[in-house]
Design a protein around this ligand. Sequence first.
Ligand SMILES: Nc1ncnc2c1ncn2[C@@H]1O[C@H](COP(=O)(O)OP(=O)(O)O)[C@@H](O)[C@H]1O
Ligand SMILES: [Mg+2]
Length: 116
Amino acid sequence: MTKNLLQVKNLTVSTGSEAGKINIVDNISFDIRRGETFVLLGESGSGKSITALSIMRLLPSAIKIDAGEVILNDINLFQLPENKMRGVSGANIGMIFQEPQTSLNPINVNFITSTK
Ligand SMILES: Nc1ncnc2c1ncn2[C@@H]1O[C@H](COP(=O)(O)OP(=O)(O)O)[C@@H](O)[C@H]1O
Ligand SMILES: [Mg+2]
């Protein structure tokens, strides 16, 4: 069997306070093997983007990871210091944002200008 490239184990993500906690992602697990195309399908608002943002550690501050692990090539991403995570992002894992507002964010200007 091909080795797992990415493992998401028991990921649980929520927003709100302890008093009024709202579960966004509830204990999901999946593995992606090298060379495999993986599709995460679900209705709007079901938590696909929050799952991807959790893996990338790019969640908005109001949203917290309550439990779970993300292993990329044997590296536990949730245990990496922030500066090491920045090395992994882009080099080993990346995200193409869906929203046009985000895709046209000035932060991406370097990318846009370098493709001319
Ligand atoms: N910044 C946020 N603050 C609070 N709740 C959020 C935020 N972003 C998304 N959510 C909630 O998380 C849930 C999952 O959203 P999302 O992952 O964007 O869904 P999908 O990508 O599957 O359409 C939705 O109920 C949404 O309202
Ligand atoms: Mg989405």
